[in-house]
Ligand binder design. Sequence first.
Ligand code: TYM
Length: 333
Amino acid sequence: MAKKIFSGVQPTGNLHLGNYLGAIKNFVELQNEKDNNCIYCVVDLHAITLKQDPKELKNNIRETAATFLASGLNPNKSILFNQSLVPAHSEGSWILSCIGRMGWLNRMTQFKEKAGKDKEKASVGLYIYPILMAADIMLYDATHVPVGDDQKQHLELCRDIAQKFNNDYNVEDFLVPPEPLIQKQFSRIMSLKDGSKKMSKSDVSDLSRINLKDSKDLIINKIKKAKTDPHPIPNIVEELENRPEAENLLGIYSSLKNQNINTTLKEFGGKNFSELKTNLSEQLIDKISPMAKEINKLLNDPAYLDKILLDGAEKANDIAENKVKEMKKIIGF
Ligand code: TYM
């Protein structure tokens, strides 16, 4: 069945393997499925929940757009745009912030992680960010949202907001509660330095992640230094329990090769990590290096990237503006 897809990526620099394997790779597959309507957004309004340097932000917006294109997203098949060009996101977000409850937001684990110990100093935007995310999705009546595992809770909140809006205003099915599309396997790529931590752009150690613009040498070096454990690679999945670093490296390899973890275990079971690491580096270079080259090439033509985002924004605006108009009518404005 045809799906209406919406997803977003923050332009905060250092897009990494987690973003690619957890989300963007899936964006491309969904785009290429027959009849799907896909909208992919560079969520720049989300980025400013943490302080940004204006020049860097501008570059990062273009770099995220370049990454979309280099990964295989096609502006003739999908709508690609940046959020701040479509005012309905801000307007819809305000309306939905009057629907969402403090108690719901207080449960969001990502806010707790990002705000850290000093919650009082976090921006209000960071706190209500899941509401903006709900607006992003529901302005387009998206039925499916491809994301990594870390966004699951935000999507549950989005569904709660949809239900409450529809109930409060007695408009059955007006806001569409979206289904998360989270891959069954490899939906959470972990740090190369600590298998219990998510691979993240905010980790202080660059060795913890593979960035999509890393050079071949850097990839080889990072994989060489990736944490492992003293045991050989097991033959069966059950034996990966309590071995998060082994599980992560094998998962990354499997995801890059589009194969099941059992197939990977057949390939490497009983062997030591150096063999896996050599093969993993090769796979990464195979996938990442052409992308890095393309991203850098596209970045040399900022006017081209801006044009793609602007054209996409015009199309997105037509849809989102209309939905906000309907929302306002329902509310009584
Ligand atoms: P962001 O920008 O942090 O991440 C973009 C996508 O990458 C996924 N991801 C990961 N997947 C697996 N392993 C990891 N280590 C990893 N790190 C990141 C994320 O799950 C995400 O899918 N709030 C969102 C952006 C957003 C959005 C939306 C998404 C704004 N509005 C509407 C969907 C729909 C975010 O900050 O993602």
